[in-house]
Design a protein around this ligand. Structure first.
Ligand SMILES: [Zn+2]
Ligand SMILES: [Zn+2]
Length: 299
């Protein structure tokens, strides 16, 4: 096999694109493809202020790296989740990387704002990942508005998107089907949310991070071990092995054929939380209710 551009020995073969590329050509392909995804989905332009939510993992740091390289106005946001050493190590990686990029990073400590994930998990019957997702979404949106960013970008890759789609299809979670899209437009109280890496596999983002010497936290969050999402990712990888190209097609065909049908059904009725003023499905938002519970437990 040869690199399609220069004929040298390839470093990767991507069956879904029928494309083999060498080191240099993979790097430039990866960056051009990111740019194209941003443009195709009209995610943002040079005029926008983008806040990249970075966890210290490969995807989000690689995303931040590419966006800066492409000349976008992109700063970082790190939410310290209070998960012991794991969170500390992640914070250090993020701050070191911000220095390397010469970019600004905003750090918010969840333990000061509310409570760490371990404590929040005890205060509710929800799973750690579900509580974590809730406080992340809330804080990404709140902090972006507070600091004047109009777009929040996350490092979700194809494996993330396709596996969560699979899990929701298997459970016929119809509500989900009208909601998952790589761009969620701004609406009352919400900034725009985008996922520029949604068409890259985890393998591709990892390779890009490695080739660029990006130092990321390799360990998974200690709470993710028994998460069902890992099982769905493995299942999808087994299907992909047998039928190469399925993963990307599954996701793209959803965007093209399924999302538009379910989108119309969706209607959201949001009011403002009477405690914090953020958009909320109920009088008091779920995060403020969590706060109340933590306070009750302490009392
Ligand atoms: Zn080449
Ligand atoms: Zn609230």
């Amino acid at each position: 096999m040869k690199c399609r551009i220069c004929g040298k020995k390839p470093i990767i073969y991507m069956p879904q694109h029928r494309l083999a590329l060498c080191r240099e050509d993979f790097i430039s392909w990866f960056e051009r493809y990111t740019e194209r995804t941003i443009k195709d989905f009209r995610m943002f332009t040079n005029e926008d202020r983008v806040l990249v939510t970075v966890s210290g993992g490969k995807d989000s740091l690689a995303l931040w790296h590419v966006l800066r390289k492409l000349g976008y106005n992109a700063d970082g946001f790190y939410l310290h989740l209070g998960i012991g050493e794991y969170s500390e190590r992640s914070r250090r990686k993020v701050e070191e990387f911000a220095e390397r990029l010469g970019a600004k990073v905003i750090v918010v400590d969840l333990m000061e704002e509310l409570a760490g994930i371990p404590e929040l998990k005890k205060a509710t019957s929800r799973e750690a990942c579900s509580v974590c997702g809730l406080v992340k979404r809330y804080n990404f949106n709140r902090v972006a508005k507070e600091y004047g960013y109009n777009v929040v970008a996350t490092g979700h890759n194809l494996d993330d998107e396709a596996s969560s789609l699979l899990a929701n299809v298997i459970n016929w979670n119809v509500k989900y089907l009208g909601r998952k899209y790589p761009v969620l437009e701004e609406e009352e109280g919400f900034v725009r949310k985008v996922k520029p890496f949604c068409k890259f596999t985890e393998k591709e983002t990892a390779l890009y991070a490695l080739l660029n010497g990006i130092e990321f936290v390799e360990e998974e969050c200690p709470y993710s071990e028994d998460a069902s999402s890992i099982f769905y990712k493995e299942t999808l990888n087994r299907i992909e092995e047998k039928f190469p190209g399925t993963k990307l097609r599954f996701y793209l065909e959803y965007l093209r054929k399924v999302y538009p049908r379910f989108r119309e059904v969706e209607e959201r009725e949001l009011q403002r939380c009477k405690v914090c003023g953020e958009p909320s499905p109920s009088e008091v938002c779920p995060v403020c209710r969590l706060k109340e519970r933590v306070a009750e437990r302490k009392a």
